[in-house]
Ligand binder design. Structure first.
Ligand SMILES: Cc1cc2nc3c(=O)[nH]c(=O)nc-3n(C[C@H](O)[C@H](O)[C@H](O)COP(=O)(O)OP(=O)(O)OC[C@H]3O[C@@H](n4cnc5c(N)ncnc54)[C@H](O)[C@@H]3O)c2cc1C
Length: 504
């Protein structure tokens, strides 16, 4: 019997950054695109939520690859949005400030300049520092020329063309530190942005560290009209194309599979939505669960058994009656480390669930742009984040909501106390609002399995050519997200650009 005509050309499950990127380009190609999103707004981790007069971006604070020719700009230019959605660059003299045991180090744009600054402060370690920055540059140069997808010829010529990628592919950042004999303080400073991959040096892939450091080195950006405007502009573009829709509050509960093809997706209300092609912005392992009827090969199923990156706590604060610029905040983020041993700090939090002296990421979106929209006039926003394990928070929430709320309050008050003692005296008296999210919150509002922050854990085993591809064993289903791609707004947008190129 002939198959009934599908209602849409393409159906995208999930309106995170990767899903929106693919959907918008397919819509621009003139295809009829349906996006089904479980939450009541688009953006995934980049969505914005309101509490009273305040607006907070759920997780994203600053992004890279917004310059001409880079992924985010390329997407916006293709959609005709590059003029409408513009970015401020965070302070090139110090877009990230790393504060270790009270000492502040500013990470500037220009890796050679940053190297020379550090050599000025650590003259005895000049040789090790030079070797660190040389290694980062050499790996980075090869990354820039790495073709995608890799052909057999690329593999055959890799020893000549990509010697550093081959040599360091399985290294952690800690291995490089030990190899170079970098002292503890420099190890902490150079891994100061570790929260951007949520792993300590002992576990993170050196390749991933290099990609992240170089990404922000080329420019750390914040949208002039906030993340809501970036996400909303892309979503509005999709909605404005003929035959295209984004339907919110639509949780896909089943991907219906017949004879190796997807024939529809069933949402929670029982409706089956059909299209010729399907793209899942949902975690790959979760996608496979939704397609329970599919006969995936054992080798593919094995690849779906991966560990997730850790979860996180985020504290969203509305500040009134003080100016955070008087306390070391500005057009930059501040990373706080109480001591030099990042590996131990992470262990303490993730294994010991001890938040008495955590590392902290502090960001001030209202100091990155003058555009209104996030808080009442004269108020400011301060966001704090740190790592946290998923299981204990989820268990507590499921078994004893009262204790869960008490524990949230206890940790929240401790984080505020640390900022008050070390950065903003009297902060707690100036808080008009304080809202805290745990890994269980991430799972609830962003549908992130195990509250994961960055998809699959970014250890050497899961970074590189062994990364999950966009293609699946199902002929008309593709994956695109932080795991089938790379995390971050830039990483997921790039994944969306790559998948669109395959589908076009
Ligand atoms: C604490 C933290 C800080 C971060 N900071 C930054 C930062 O400063 N800069 C940066 O670039 N990146 C940052 N990131 C990472 C970045 O936010 C993510 O890597 C990126 O946004 C992930 O995009 P994604 O396309 O994979 O989708 P996700 O954001 O994971 O979105 C997936 C979407 O699919 C929907 N969905 C899931 N299941 C279903 C279903 N069954 N049916 C329908 N819809 C479904 C979800 O509701 C969600 O909207 C941060 C992340 C965290 C956690």
């Amino acid at each position: 019997m002939p198959r009934p005509a599908a209602a849409f050309d393409d159906l995208v499950i999930g309106a995170g950054m990767a899903g929106l990127t693919v959907a918008a380009q397919l819509a621009a190609d003139g295809r009829r695109v349906l996006v089904l999103e479980a939450h009541d707004t688009a953006g995934g981790y980049a969505h914005t939520f309101g509490v009273g007069a305040y607006r907070f971006c759920a997780q994203v604070h600053y992004i890279f690859n917004c310059g001409e020719g880079e992924a985010v700009h390329t997407l916006l230019a293709r959609l005709g949005l590059a003029e409408e959605v513009q970015f401020h660059r965070l302070d090139p003299e110090g877009f990230d400030h790393i504060v270790v045991a009270g000492e502040r180090y500013r990470v500037c744009n220009g890796l050679e300049k940053y190297r020379d600054r550090l050599i000025g402060r650590f003259p005895h370690d000049a040789r090790a520092l030079r070797r660190y920055f040389d290694t980062v540059a050499a790996i980075g140069r090869e990354m820039d020329t790495l073709p995608k997808p890799l052909t057999w010829r690329d593999y055959a010529t890799a020893p000549l063309r990509f010697p550093h990628l081959l040599r360091y592919q399985k290294w952690t950042l800690q291995r490089l530190y030990d190899h170079l004999g970098l002292p503890a303080r420099l190890q902490t400073v150079l891994a100061g942005q570790a929260g951007d991959y949520l792993l300590p040096p002992a576990e993170v892939s050196l390749m991933l560290h290099v990609a992240l450091v170089r990404g922000y080195d080329r420019g750390a950006y914040y949208p002039k009209k906030h993340f809501q405007h970036l996400v909303g502009s892309i979503a509005d573009f999709i909605r404005a194309q003929p035959g295209c829709e984004i339907r919110l509050n639509q949780t896909v509960e089943q991907i219906v599979v017949e004879r190796g093809r997807v024939t529809g997706v069933r949402t929670a209300d029982g409706t089956v939505h059909t299209a010729a092609r399907y793209v899942s912005n949902v975690d790959p392992a979760r996608t496979a669960e939704l397609a329970a009827g599919a006969d995936f090969p054992a080798a593919y199923r094995a690849r779906l058994r991966y560990p997730y990156s850790s979860g996180n706590i985020t504290l969203y604060l509305g500040v009134a009656g003080i100016d955070l610029r008087d306390h070391g905040f500005g057009s930059w983020n501040v990373w706080h480390y109480p001591t030099d041993d990042i590996n131990a700090i992470y262990r303490r939090q993730l294994v010991g669930q001890d938040y008495s002296d955590p590392w902290l990421f502090m960001s001030t979106p209202t100091l990155h742009t003058d555009a209104p929209g996030l808080c009442p006039p004269g108020h400011q926003i301060l966001e704090l984040a740190t790592s946290a394990p998923y299981a204990p928070w989820r268990t507590l929430r499921d078994t004893d909501r009262r204790r869960y709320n008490l524990e949230k309050k206890r940790v929240r008050d401790r984080l505020v106390q640390i900022v008050e003692e070390r950065y903003v005296p009297g902060l707690s008296k100036h808080l008009a609002i304080r809202v805290m999210g745990t890994p269980a919150t991430n799972e609830r509002f962003c549908n992130a399995p195990a509250g994961n922050a960055y998809g699959v854990a970014l250890t050497p085993r899961f970074v590189g050519p062994q990364r999950l591809p966009h293609e699946t064993p199902l002929r008309n289903l593709w994956l695109v997200n932080a795991t089938a791609g790379y995390p971050s707004v830039a990483g997921t947008v790039r994944a969306g650009l790559e998948l669109h190129a395959q589908l076009a």
